[in-house]
Design a protein around this ligand. Structure first.
Ligand code: SF4
Ligand code: SF4
Ligand code: SF4
Length: 230
């Protein structure tokens, strides 16, 4: 095959690639991937930005035609980084790595998809940097969407020591006896939430970044003070 024929074939192939994700289509996709499009009226304070970004990436992975290695690998890598960030394996340079991948995508692809998705992803990161960082540095999710980062607590001032919670806990993560404030061991707790459903006093809560102060040993009901004196 002559060099010109080969070049023409490559150009035709490339044109097909670009055609596959046309500008109007990518605009439509990105429009649907706006916060309102993805969560449909959920208040913004209930939306976890890491969860949102991972939904965005999952859709973009499906929309990419996958013919450029850079686009394929970058989106896959960003998705893996976010999964780690949501599951407690985040690293301090994760967000800057995603931004670097965006930069590569923007500069290294001629297709509108690569450039527009890079801008879109980077804008989400820039606008929500603190919240994204919290998942990594504080291992916390302020909206409590990332279950991995929540913990379950029994509030010492509300527990009446009835024992309902112990009965439903399948992993024996709750310590207590009748008339004493019960305590959850978050090392053993699977965060299933069953104890929250059976407490008649709403003494059990799920916490995100801010954890309540709770008794650290068994003490009698009514003897726990939420604030230390002095
Ligand atoms: S940048 Fe992505 S969508 Fe565009 S041609 Fe390459 S692989 Fe396909
Ligand atoms: S936390 Fe609730 S269910 Fe458990 S012992 Fe206290 S009052 Fe009862
Ligand atoms: S959330 Fe589930 S595992 Fe954790 S203490 Fe409650 S019942 Fe047990």
């Amino acid at each position: 095959m002559g060099v010109n024929i080969l070049a023409n074939n490559m150009l035709r192939g490339y044109a097909r690639m670009i055609e596959k994700v046309s500008e109007s289509h990518i605009d439509e996709v990105l429009n649907k991937l706006s916060l309102e499009g993805v969560y449909n009226q959920l208040p913004v304070e209930e939306i976890c930005m890491v969860d949102y970004l991972s939904k965005v990436l999952s859709t973009l992975q499906k929309e990419s035609c996958g013919k450029c290695t850079l686009c394929r690998i970058s989106l896959r890598q960003m998705t893996a980084i976010l999964k780690d960030a949501m599951e407690g394996r985040g690293r301090t340079d994760d967000m800057s790595t995603i931004k670097l991948l965006c930069e590569g995508l923007r500069l290294g692809t001629d297709c509108t998809f690569g450039k527009k998705t890079a801008d879109f992803i980077e804008e989400i990161i820039d606008k929500n940097y603190l919240e994204l960082e919290e998942h990594i540095t504080k291992k916390g999710c302020r909206t409590m969407v990332c279950q991995e980062y929540t913990t379950i607590h029994i509030l010492g001032n509300l527990c009446k020591g009835c024992g309902n919670c112990i009965d439903v806990c399948e992993v024996d993560a709750i310590a207590g006896k009748s008339g004493y404030i019960h305590i959850i061991d978050n090392e053993d707790c699977t965060k299933c939430g069953k104890c929250l459903e059976v407490c008649p006093n709403e003494a059990i809560i799920r916490a995100g970044i801010d954890k309540p102060r709770c008794p650290e040993r068994l003490i009698r009901v009514g003897r726990f003070r939420t604030r230390r004196k002095g």
